[in-house]
Design a protein around this ligand. Structure first.
Ligand code: NAD
Length: 250
């Protein structure tokens, strides 16, 4: 087992399920103590600290960050992973839905980073990793709101990377393709033919299968670790080649 995160403390938002849970496990395997922020903290039994935080609520975020600092003593890594989906063209979602998705997917990441910055400035290994999505770059059909929110995450990542570079805080993003998580499980469960829908999702990935949560966690661990100490402002695709090879869904 590696110990690249030994002595470090990480916050993982949305760490009670799917990609976030895999990230929390991976950081712990590397020796980090991990605090999970989630609406369902009881589902994060593996965490060193699991706190009920709604990233859409700034007071909740600030209280959570201060609790991590006081109970775990420091904050070195922030993984902004909590997010929600939305389907359809621009005609499908109301203004309220647009505000809600941006409030969680974009402002939520900004709020946790903003509250953690004073603690990150004290860390010799400060890193922020944001979970964006292939939707930020691929032009997926019927994902207008979701894609716009993840595009904003990508832009925010680059802007923050520039702003905090000289403070020793690196800011990067991962862009997962469709990943095998409870989120996708819920999507499939609501489909008329779940098996056919799953096959369609797999076929949409250039490598012909869903991405695993552990594969995303591995990319996040790299970007959070000193091994990527000269890397900031990037979007690392974990998508079977869709982004970098300009491959498109069949
Ligand atoms: P998931 O639904 O399995 O887990 C998301 C977690 O976030 C849940 O535990 C949920 O309680 C938590 N959460 C939701 N809203 C929250 C809020 N307001 N405050 C705090 N916690 C909140 O989803 P997942 O598939 O693991 O997705 C995680 C991230 O990965 C999301 O940002 C998503 O957009 C992104 N992503 C997912 C996929 C995919 O195919 N699954 C692909 C690309 C990107």
């Amino acid at each position: 087992m590696s110990n690249e995160f030994s002595g470090l403390v990480a916050i993982v938002t949305g760490g009670a399920s799917g990609i976030g849970a895999a990230i929390a496990d991976r950081l712990q395997q590397g020796g980090a103590r991990v605090a999970v922020f989630d609406l369902q903290p009881d589902a994060a039994a593996h965490a060193d600290l699991a706190i009920a935080v709604d990233v859409a609520d700034d007071a909740s975020v600030r209280a959570g960050v201060e609790r991590v600092a006081s109970e775990l003593g420091r904050i070195d890594i922030v993984v902004n992973n909590a997010g929600i989906g939305a389907q359809g063209t621009i005609e499908a979602n109301s203004d309220e839905e647009w505000h809600r998705v941006f409030d969680i997917n974009v402002l939520g990441m900004m709020r946790v980073a903003r509250a953690a910055l004073p603690h990150l400035r004290d860390s010799p290994a400060a890193a922020i990793v944001n979970t964006a999505s292939i939707a930020a770059t691929a032009g997926l059909p019927e994902r207008a709101l979701y894609s716009a929110s993840k595009g904003a995450v990508a832009s925010l990542t680059r802007a923050m990377a520039a702003d905090h570079l000289r403070e020793g805080i690196r800011v990067n993003a991962v862009n997962p393709g469709t990943a095998d998580t409870p989120w996708i499980g819920r999507l499939l469960a609501s489909a008329a033919d779940p098996a056919a829908e799953r096959a369609a999702l797999e076929a949409r990935q250039p490598h012909g299968r869903l991405v695993s949560a552990d594969e995303v966690a591995g990319a996040v661990a790299y970007l959070a670790s000193p091994a990527s100490g000269s890397t900031t402002g990037v979007e690392l695709a974990v998508d079977g080649g869709m982004q970098e090879l300009r491959l498109r869904p069949a």
